[in-house]
Design a protein around this ligand. Structure first.
Ligand code: C5P
Length: 416
């Protein structure tokens, strides 16, 4: 790669990719503005997002699924009862894959259907089944928009926490002038980006551990575990979006931290402890999402350990410090200390025991015997437990789960 091109390319990525790796479902409904969903798809992809398009029957009369497939780079989903499509990615899986769902353009009829909670088409089913935030960008004739029925429907959606984007005012395809035009795709994208920056943790400092630690046996081998780091990295991004100064103390993983997160790379548990102690001095929240190796070899061989004909080998392990328990009992204890408990049985009981024993404010308990969630998966689910409360969090992408958790912690911090 030529140097100038390389720099420009990086600058371009740096400037543009504000939705990096965020998964969007765009729900397109039957409106003359359906063609603008094509541009919206392009804009989201330009910002680094992944897009899957769900089209209603009406939408397919205005724009072809082929166009949307070519632009999104993914097969377009149209039918609820299409067994082939369902086998590739069923509506529940699709709904859980999404980090956000945006219905754009949303016709008057599709809005009424969302209000009723209809699930007799794929879009309705996805909107009902998703744990992700939902956005609706209306587009219709100004008279239809102004009608009491539509206005009441919009009010209901707002009350349910759905964000309404637009509509715009101006000249309409039917010749009328007034409110009801779909917002321009670039404006929709800016609104989406702005809505992810909650400011809930503005002025706060959050320290998060992530990934596995590694304990060397010799210069070549080590003891470690399967932690991918995805949950800790998703939490870091959620904290950053909430306006916090965010420090991520990371074991060796293959994740990319969101630009703006301060990453401290470590390998061993001892290194992770030292980095955590330094970073938490003056911090407001500590989240221990790392899968820490609890025992390390008593001695580390200076040279590679050779087999040399032996049929067995004894390894003496000694306990590592407990990072989160050390932080939670230190003089510089942050206001909130939050742990994770990945368990295979009696999840809640073990988690509650850890909450107490380690002096934590919250513990997120999840069942790692379920292959669909946890360690290497992109999804997770579990229960956020505190001394006097339990909040069950349904299966969702780790990003959505992280955002829900951080919103909860921010609420708690502001009430403390
Ligand atoms: O491994 P365990 O189930 O005890 O982990 C519970 C919590 O304690 C997690 O938040 C983990 O990051 C933290 N932990 C730690 N240091 C250890 C072991 C676990 O910080 N040595």
């Amino acid at each position: 790669m030529n140097a100038t091109f390389g720099v420009n390319f990086l600058l371009c990525i740096g400037q543009m990719a504000r939705l990096l790796n965020r998964n969007f479902i765009i729900g397109v409904t039957g409106s003359i503005a359906a063609y603008k969903a094509a541009e919206l798809t392009r804009e989201l992809i330009r910002e680094g997002a992944s897009v899957r398009v769900v089209m209603t029957e009406g939408a397919c009369e205005f724009i072809t699924p082929l166009t949307m497939q070519a632009l999104s780079g993914n097969p377009v989903h149209t039918g609820l009862l299409d067994t082939e499509a369902e086998a590739a990615m069923g509506h529940i899986e699709l709904a859980r894959w999404a980090d956000s769902v945006i219905v754009a353009p949303a016709s008057a009829d599709s809005i009424a259907r969302l209000v009723q909670g209809r699930a007799d088409d794929l879009l309705g089913a996805c909107v009902l089944a998703t744990p992700a935030p939902i956005f609706v960008a209306p587009a219709m004739n100004q008279e239809m928009w102004a009608k009491a029925a539509t206005q009441e429907n919009i009010g209901v959606l707002r009350e349910r926490g759905i964000e309404i984007l637009g509509p715009d005012s101006g000249s309409q395809a039917c010749g009328d002038i007034g409110a009801g035009r779909l917002l321009e795709p670039t404006e929709i994208v800016e609104s989406l980006i702005a809505s992810f920056s909650t400011g809930d943790l503005a002025g706060k400092h959050v320290v998060i551990t992530a990934g596995p630690t590694r304990e060397p046996l010799c210069p070549v081998r080590y003891i470690s575990n399967r932690s991918s780091g995805k949950m800790g990295y998703a939490l870091a991004e959620a904290c950053l979006n909430a306006g916090a100064r965010t420090t991520l103390i990371s074991g060796p993983v293959h994740c990319d931290a969101a630009p703006g997160v301060d990453v401290v790379e470590v390998e061993t548990t001892r290194e992770m402890l030292e980095a955590s102690m330094t970073a938490t001095d003056g911090a407001d929240i500590f989240i221990g999402a790392a899968a820490v190796v609890d025992f390390k070899p008593e001695t580390v061989a200076a040279q590679k350990i050779k087999r040399a004909g032996s049929e067995s080998m004894e390894l003496k392990l000694v306990a590592n410090p407990d990072i989160i328990a050390t932080i939670a009992t230190s003089d510089t204890r942050p206001n909130l200390v939050v742990g994770f408990a990945a368990e295979t049985n009696d999840v809640s009981a073990y988690a509650r025991d850890k909450l107490k024993r380690k002096n934590l404010d919250f513990i997120f308990a999840n069942d790692v015997s379920d292959k669909a969630i946890g360690f290497n998966s992109d999804s997770n689910a579990g229960t956020l437990i505190s001394a006097n409360n339990e909040i069950v969090m349904a299966v969702s992408s780790k990003r959505v789960l992280a955002e829900t958790m951080i919103a909860e912690l921010a609420k708690h911090l502001s009430e403390k």
